[in-house]
Design a protein around this ligand. Sequence first.
Ligand SMILES: [Zn+2]
Length: 256
Amino acid sequence: MPDILPDDWKPQATMKRIHLHWTAGNHKANSTDKRSYHILVEGDGNLVRGDRPISANAKGSGVKQASHTKNANTGAIGVSLCCMTGAKERPFHAGKQPMTQTQWDKGMQVLEELADAYSIPITSKTILTHAEVQPNLNIKQNNKWDIVRLAFDSSVKGFKDVGDLMRSSVAELRDARSSSIPHEDIDPIHKFDRYRVTGVDPSTLNFRSSPNGPKVGELPERTTVEFISAIGHWWQVRTRLGYVGWVWSEYLKPMG
Ligand SMILES: [Zn+2]
């Protein structure tokens, strides 16, 4: 699948998380929306760039951030679906500009592309909805309920179910992306694409957000991973649940 975001919408920056919102506005992005978010998805799936670049929210950028999430904007990309003006949580009423399936699907593509561009793993603390910020990151928000309901699918309810659906959709898109990489593009040294964590027991292999960067998880002995790319001995791999991170490759053995 070709990329849908222009390169200059993805400036170089160290970003840790992506928050998915809705604007609680109309299907078209207005000037307030553009000030608050980095990328907006309109009701028909059209993409609009916000006024502030993603890099403005990098730690220490020194310029005004897109202020999309209370006390949690630094290092966080804000993506928002333009919809849900006048919506009510209980009893649920989606209002006159409900979220559309087209815009949700386009939003998932945007999240996957950003996760790939900024090497952000697909976890509930790194790719999350605004409604998940308080429960998952323990950063208090003011009763934000974006997104606990999908106007086009009443079977999905609650911050956890919506968040999990979002992450599994992003993981599926990621799988589609990596399987479309032509084999010749992979360094011929990496003859086998599946590896098993070996020789770390009783400890675990550190799973990092960048080569020798912050630890974001641990892989126990015998975990299987898929090779994505390498910088020297640091390898970028994907776990079976779709998490992408960097590990020290000396503890990976090819599965043949
Ligand atoms: Zn929000």
